[in-house]
Design a protein around this ligand. Sequence first.
Ligand code: FE2
Length: 201
Amino acid sequence: MKLYTAMKPYAPKTWDLSGLDGISDATLETHFKLYEGYVKNTNLLNERLAELRKNEKNEGENPAFAELVRRLGFEYNGMRLHEYYFDNMTKRPSALSGGKLYEALGEAYGGFEDWKRDFMAVGGMRGIGWAIAYCDTTNGAITNHWIDDHEDGHVAGFVPIVVLDVWEHAFIKDYKPAEKDKYIEAFFRNIDWKACEARLP
Ligand SMILES: [Fe+2]
């Protein structure tokens, strides 16, 4: 049998986002720790799976193996979506009032402001998850999607352009549970549109 080699662990990224408008440093500090937990758990899952593979315990009938494989979507997405989220914020934001991204976001919704209204509505849905504006690489269309937890609702092959965390931990230190809309407005004041535009395929 070919020897199984365990994959290289992921290293957590860091961001300098202190002083955001409407999203406190205390919230960010907690959030960075949660993100680091996802990186740690992704690595842990891979280590444990590597161990099972090494011992030829990677069988579909093995509940331990199956549970670890099922959790990959949660932990990997928890890691990667937070990276997209922190990457698309900046403490030196500039307004988006034209250009390639502005046009692309507005195309399927009638205009940028209509896209924004829809994206905010998706973010404002009840429950925990993510609002993501995704680009379909087959036709260039950008559409807004709701992701339950970290893993349910992604569209295969679509590229994330704007990524918003709407789990309660993202805003509960700064706003009341019923004030998610205020947090979403704050997110919009801190978006790094250049980073989002660079994601366009
Ligand atoms: Fe989060």
